[in-house]
Design a binder for this molecule. Structure first.
Ligand code: B12
Length: 208
């Protein structure tokens, strides 16, 4: 029997070789892709998320764990598609127009993937038009916008307005160092989270 506990430990430690090996072995033995995902990979990322929230681990550990998860996910993804496992929700994420900061946005995207979301990452400097176009074509349930500059924060409001003008009702969550709950309320965002672990809780509650 493949050791899914060891798989989650490998994710926690950021040991990508072991994570990949156990994932391969588990699938070869006939363990379902869903069990490998939930009991191994997601379980590991849940631990990292909780430790990150309590300041027991920091950004480098989260990035290393997320990388191990990503490598294992590459093996798992085709099997999940074959097995027809439904993602928790589909999320479109990007950094606001004019803003090139992506470290926090990438962390949020990785943690959400770890939590079972399908994530479409539009990258940085994303215009409201692109958010609208991609929201329409992907049918995402959730849209995440990141901004690290006070000058690019108004771009988030533009995205929300453009989405609503286009009749798109997907929930919008925002974040980034200068962003606050009060700002989210002001511009009509559905949610705000201060860090990647809280973003996962928020995303789950918004699609529930
Ligand atoms: C790294 C960095 C850069 C790098 C970016 C590299 C990259 N690939 O991202 C580079 C060197 C390119 C850069 C450029 C600039 N930067 Co800069 N940069 C930073 C720095 C040092 C760290 C940002 C970071 O990555 N933090 C770590 C991540 C993990 O934290 P985070 O982004 O806040 O993300 C977390 C949360 O906010 C949240 N979150 C983030 N996004 C989202 C999204 C959603 C949906 C949710 C729910 C949550 C969420 O979760 C994340 C994980 O926990 C900050 C200073 C700082 N301490 O913040 C300045 C800073 C943001 N930069 C600043 C400035 C001014 C600039 C420049 C204008 C400098 C210049 N004169 O050229 C340019 C602008 C370029 C542009 N057009 O974007 C200022 C912004 C001031 C302001 N308030 O507007 C800061 C605050 C530095 C300062 N004190 O002056 N920068």
């Amino acid at each position: 029997m493949a050791d899914l506990k060891a798989l989650s430990e490998a994710v926690i430690k950021g040991d990508q070789n072991t994570a990949v090996e156990i994932t391969k072995a588990a699938l070869e033995e006939g363990t379902s892709a869903e069990s490998v995902l939930n009991e191994g990979l997601v379980a590991g990322m849940d631990v990292i998320g909780a430790r990150f929230k309590k300041n027991e681990v920091y950004i480098p550990e989260v990035l290393i764990a997320a990388r191990a998860m990503k490598m294992a996910m590459e093996i798992l993804e085709p099997e999940l598609v074959k097995a027809g496992v439904e993602p928790v929700g589909k999320l479109l994420v990007g950094t606001a127009k004019g803003d090139l900061h992506d470290i926090g946005k990438n962390l949020v995207a990785m943690m959400l993937k770890g939590a079972g979301f399908e994530v479409i990452d539009l990258g940085v400097d994303v215009t409201p038009e692109k958010f609208v176009e991609q929201a329409k074509s992907s049918g995402s349930h959730l849209i995440g916008i990141s901004a690290l500059l006070t000058t690019t924060m108004p771009g988030m409001e533009e995205v929300i307005k453009s989405l609503r003008d286009a009749g798109i009702s997907a929930k919008v969550m925002i974040g980034g160092a200068p962003v606050t709950q009060a700002y989210a309320d002001k511009i009509g965002a559905d949610g705000y989270a201060a860090d990647a672990a809280s973003a996962v809780d928020l995303a789950k509650s918004l699609v529930a």
